[in-house]
Every structure is written in C-alpha cells, then in structure tokens.
Design a binder for this molecule. Sequence first.
Ligand SMILES: [Zn+2]
Length: 314
Amino acid sequence: MNKPIRIQVEELLAEQCQNWPLAKKNFDGLAKVITRECRFANGTALRIQFNPERMVSSSAKTDAQSIAARKCFLCDENRPTEQQSVPFEKNYRILINPFPIFKKHLTITGISHTDQRIDGRIQDMLQLAETLDEYVVFYNGPACGASAPDHFHFQAGNKGFMPVESDFENLPLNPITQNGSFTMHSMDDGLRKAIVLSSKEVEPIAIEFEKIYHILASMQPSLPEPMINLLAWKKEGDYVLVIFPRKAHRPAQYFMEGDEQILFSPAAVDLGGVLITPREQDFYKMDEALISDLFRQIVPDAEAWASLIQNISV
Ligand SMILES: [Zn+2]
C-alpha cells in the first residue's frame, strides 16, 4: 500500500530542502524574512511580509507575448532535474514551490500544459484541501495573480499563516443562504469583499460555485474567466471555500515610476491577509491609508458588489 499523500508530501519537502540548492536557499531564506502587522479600526489585522525572493513572481510578465516567448516552467520537460513530485489523482503533480511565502509551500500542477481555468476543477480543489488537511489550498485566476496563466496550477501553504483562516470567526459575516450543513455568507471588511461557502459535502459547494462563477462571468464578459482568487481548506469536517472576486490585477501605483511606484501585485495570499512586498521601500510604506487605497482599486466597487449579492441570493 502506498503511503498517505500527506506523508509523501512531508518527505518531499524535507528531501527537496536538502538536495535542491535553490529550494534550500529560499526556504532557509524565509527565516530572515521580515514581517509586521497592520491593524485596522474594524478589527481586520493584516500582515506585511518583505520577501525579496518573490520579485520573480510579483513582477512576472503575464501578457500573451511574454508567455509565448518563454519555456513553461511547470511543464515536466522544462522543470529543473532536481524538482521531484508526488502524484495526486490522475491529473496532478504536487511539487514544492521554490520561491516560498509559507514555511511549507506547494504548487500543484496539472500534468498537461493547459490554460489556467477553474471551471470544472473546483471538486479537485476541495479534494486537495481534504487530502492536504494541514494546508490552505489556493487558486489565482489567469488575470489576477497566476504567474503561469498557460499551465493549470493550484498552490497550497501551511495553515496558521494567513489571517483569513480566523477572519471568519473574528469579522462580521452576512448570511445569504443556509441549507443543512451548507452555508453561504458574504464578507466586506472595508478592504476586501468575499463570498464564503461552507459544507460537510463537496457537492453543494461545487454547485453554488458554478452558479456564482457564471454570474461573475456575465459581469466580465470580455475575459476568458472572471477575475477571482480562491482559498479552500477543511476544518472540523467542514469544507470552506472563499471566493474573492476582483476588478483589477494590479493597482495604479504598480505602474508608476520612482518614489511613487509600489510593487504590489496582489493574489490569493494577499487577499488572505498577508501582503507580500518584494522591495524593502514598499514594505515600510504600507500603512492603513495606502493599503485601503490599494485594495479599493482591485476589489469590486460597492455597486457591483450589491448587484452580485442580489444575483446570488435568488
Ligand atoms: Zn506547461
């Protein structure tokens, strides 16, 4: 009998951090990463992480031309020879992420080179959250954070790192639906807006997600998929799926020059409450006013949000 996947993954992490110099360097480097906390009046607490190794990801060019000009780093034939993997189901491989944010940071890739699209894969995501029950699994849409929009992948990071896990106990949630163990809530803490689905079963979440996905798609009809970041985990028998709809990938400050530039390229982890700044000057600039301004530019505005909630309530 094969070892449980969670054990195989633990062994993979240990092996890769020992034998793969890039992974060893960057995971060791995490010990030196500086973090500070920013608290907001309404109780939201965010952490800011200065992590220079994330420059590659934060400044990734994900336009079609740049993607076409590089070799896909998630395809088997292009991955470093040292990078090992653990199979998950028939269609995925679990790898360690050599540019970590978390002490345990995984990338779960589709085995074939197909575009980053969540449609039809939400069950896989919840299944993964069950299998890797010490992790939060996350997904970045092709236009809001995925640095390989041409090769399907999830990521996962150890639990106990992102404030979002406890936000739902600390911040007010507005109930939308309840049916047996299935619940749907909305959350708006003044910075971020999310829909939170929870159930003891995968199926009701998958059905509701699909409904929400199509409503969001109708609000952003020109995109290949609606802009979303997703986080999923399993806790005390409940699957939890958090949907962060987005209206923009990067705030205006990202594209400015000189002192005005802030290299902030938010994705699931940032929405989950850990803001990653690959440059030291940005790390120290982050305060309540700036963070509020940055989030205002990337999350749905009040009108779109009200319309979304109204549509999913029917
Ligand atoms: Zn690929």
